[in-house]
Design a binder for this molecule. Structure first.
Ligand code: NAD
Ligand code: SER
Length: 315
């Protein structure tokens, strides 16, 4: 019987992933876990457990005793926060992964999802249409942890036959939960500020192009990857994945089509250097070939949905 545990379920991705997994497999088949004491309202229709992924002993005990079969491990520090707490970011982003990989190696878990990021690439990577296999010299602690994580996932698959699957998510755009401290967060905040103040001061410069994706596409990609037959999964580091790429200026122009008085200013901060080291667009042909990936959300559709749904009172 499938029993899914989502660790880091209270975050931007987790809160939507839990809903989607419960719709697919049933409410009782999906347990949400997070270090947060209280269960976020959006996922309170099912089981919630407070769990610290760094508490190796308890995590192991829970997974073994509850006969969990699959883990989606989302707990991590994202790029901007990680630069402020590099030691802790390394600890959180790596130790949790080993706990889960080892449980699968010992036969307690059938499948693992662990997300990687466009942050695995660095300033020496070709930035346009970045290939699946290319130079990877990440310059952030977050990117280094994701690249190391990818290497370990592939190693555990090759050596121990651990069925671990991963995607290099681009920046994700959504309105259910606020983002958790990334360099791409501006592309979410801009909608809240547009509705609240009709203006936005962007921490990246106007021409900084980054790969982005609407959350519904990201959740669908995650589930499609995880539900694909094992023989279709040919990459065990992480798949490149692409939705749409844009600059702050381009997205603000799209917002102006709905809110003509909206204005944007630019005050680049330390996140500019992070963004400048990342790809501008991604070649995701391997995801398309191997498990049939196809994005659905354009920038226009994303802007329309976000403006309709963000609740400015959340910020
Ligand atoms: P988030 O910061 O919104 O959520 C992370 C969740 O993990 C939070 O609810 C937090 O409380 C929880 N958490 C933190 N420490 C924990 C611990 N010790 N034990 C248990 N839970 C803990 O992050 P997100 O945007 O949902 O990202 C989830 C994953 O996807 C991360 O690995 C991130 O690197 C990756 N990712 C996200 C994006 C994006 O744009 N959101 C892009 C690329 C990759
Ligand atoms: N959206 C993430 C970040 O900016 C990319 O992994 O950190």
């Amino acid at each position: 019987m499938k029993k899914v545990l989502v660790i880091g379920a209270g975050g931007q991705i987790g809160s939507e992933l839990v809903i989607a997994l419960r719709n697919l497999f049933g409410r009782d088949a999906v347990i949400a876990a997070d270090v947060k004491e209280d269960c976020p309202d959006v996922i309170s229709d099912g089981m919630y457990v407070q769990m610290d992924i760094l508490d190796n002993e308890n995590v192991r005990k829970y997974i073994i005793e509850e006969s969990v079969t699959e883990v989606y491990l989302l707990a991590a520090l994202l790029s901007a926060t990680a630069e402020k707490h590099p030691d802790f970011a390394w600890k959180l982003n790596m130790e949790g992964l080993f706990t889960i990989l080892d449980l699968a190696k010992e036969g307690y878990l059938k499948k693992i999802f662990w997300p990687s990021s466009i942050a695995v690439f660095g300033p020496t990577t070709p930035r346009e249409n970045t290939p699946q296999y290319t130079v990877m010299e990440p310059s952030t602690v977050y990117g280094i942890s994701k690249q190391a994580g990818e290497r370990w996932c592939e190693y555990y698959f090759n050596k121990f036959n651990v069925d671990v699957r991963s995607i290099r998510y681009p920046g994700l755009i959504s309105y259910t939960s606020l983002p958790g401290g990334g360099t791409t967060d501006y592309a979410v905040d801009i909608f809240y500020q547009a509705k609240k103040r009709n203006k936005f001061d962007c921490f990246l410069s106007e021409n900084t192009q980054l790969p982005m994706m609407y959350m519904e596409d990201a959740i669908r990609a995650t589930i499609e990857l995880m539900e694909s037959p094992i023989e279709n999964i040919k990459i065990r580091s992480a798949y490149n994945l692409s939705g749409c790429s844009f600059t702050p200026e381009q997205i603000s122009n799209k917002i102006k089509e709905h809110l003509p008085d909206f204005s944007i200013t630019y005050s680049p901060d330390f996140r500019q250097a992070i963004a400048d080291s990342w790809p501008m667009s991604i070649d995701d042909s391997r995801a398309r070939e191997d498990w049939g990936w196809q994005e659905r959300f354009t920038i226009e559709k994303t802007v329309e949905i976000m403006l309709e749904n963000v609740n400015p009172e959340l910020v």
